[in-house]
Design a protein around this ligand. Structure first.
Ligand SMILES: [Zn+2]
Length: 321
């Protein structure tokens, strides 16, 4: 009698792991967000331990929670306290990944149907990692996809009252500035299920929903996923490329790069009162790169400075642009 349930559980677990690896398309021994030596060791231990526990305690209903957190194959931790515990850059080492947004029997539902009042991007002083949707205090906010509540917390800096859901598709979604939280961490939710009520808590000036989509902790532009006018997904699959993160989603890095480029340009006034723009050459610069940064051509730079395209530039040298 005992051999049958043992075999059954082993088959079940093998199938679960095989499924996870197939869906993710990655092996389990790579880095996961929030990984350090301790977390990695713990992960190896708990995985083995949970299988052993499952088999040994088959008669007392086994605790399968360790392997049932959504996207457990991608994320090192299930942290119900830290809002963003992940290190995207350490973990996303492939050039691109294809994310299957909705699977058979799963849906997408707009968290709240309203007008966009602020988009993803750099605002005057800080990055804005989400999309703001206009609502009234007390309006119902629902989950975008199926998943499990990881964070349901009040008075989080910036976010106010916030819910974060981990989804089976590998994404996490963030719902901020709520007036009331109606879910608890660990709670399973379906797409369209009520999470809380809209509000004006945290760094918010006027009631709205701040909605984010993140992958391994990296915030992505929700408008790349959702057609807000129709309330539908633009596509069932989303390809995230490393180059897109570098050129589009990593707002802080982009902002610093922009400031650095701006800082390299200055204006010189001549004796007769006219001004011209100069660029101070930095490490690794060449005429092609400078032309690109200053929105001009190598030919124009050469003409203005009386130099040849093969001219070797010195760091600190100023050239007219
Ligand atoms: Zn916002």
């Amino acid at each position: 009698m005992k051999a049958i349930p043992n075999t059954f559980f082993l088959m079940l677990i093998t199938a679960l792991f095989a499924c996870n690896s197939l869906l993710a398309g990655v092996s389990d021994d790579r880095n996961k967000p929030g990984d350090d030596k301790k977390a990695k060791a713990k992960r190896t231990d708990t995985t083995t331990a949970s299988i052993t526990t499952l088999i040994e305690n088959e008669e007392d209903s086994p605790d399968t929670t360790l392997i049932l957190f959504p996207s457990n194959d991608l994320y090192a931790s299930w942290d119900t306290n830290t809002v963003h515990p992940y290190h995207f850059a350490d973990c996303f080492r492939q050039d691109s990944v294809s994310i299957c947004l909705t699977d058979i029997g799963q849906n997408f539902v707009m968290p709240f149907k309203g007008l966009i009042t602020s988009q993803f991007g750099w605002r005057r002083y800080r990055p804005h990692y989400g999309t703001d949707i206009d609502l009234e205090i007390g309006d119902t906010v629902v989950s975008a996809f199926d998943g499990m509540v990881r964070i349901a917390k009040s008075h989080v800096q910036g976010y106010g009252n916030v819910v974060i859901i981990r989804h089976d598709n590998g994404l996490e979604t963030v719902y901020a500035h709520l007036s009331k939280l109606l879910v608890d961490p660990g709670q399973k939710v379906k797409a369209g299920e009520l999470l809380g009520l809209g509000g004006n808590t945290g760094r918010s000036y006027g009631a709205h929903l701040h909605f984010e989509i993140r992958y391994l902790g990296q915030a992505l532009d929700t408008e790349d996923f959702i057609d807000f006018a129709n309330g539908n997904l633009k596509s069932y699959e989303f390809t995230l490329r490393k180059t897109d993160v570098e050129t589009k989603y990593d707002l802080r890095a982009l902002h610093h790069r922009h400031r650095r480029d701006v800082g390299a340009i200055s204006y010189v006034k001549t004796k007769n009162g006219t001004t011209y723009k100069v660029y101070r050459v930095r490490q690794g610069d060449n005429l092609g790169r400078i032309a690109q940064r200053c929105h001009t051509t190598v030919k124009a730079l050469c003409k203005k400075n009386g130099i040849k395209p093969t001219k070797v530039l010195q760091v600190g040298q100023k050239i007219k642009v």
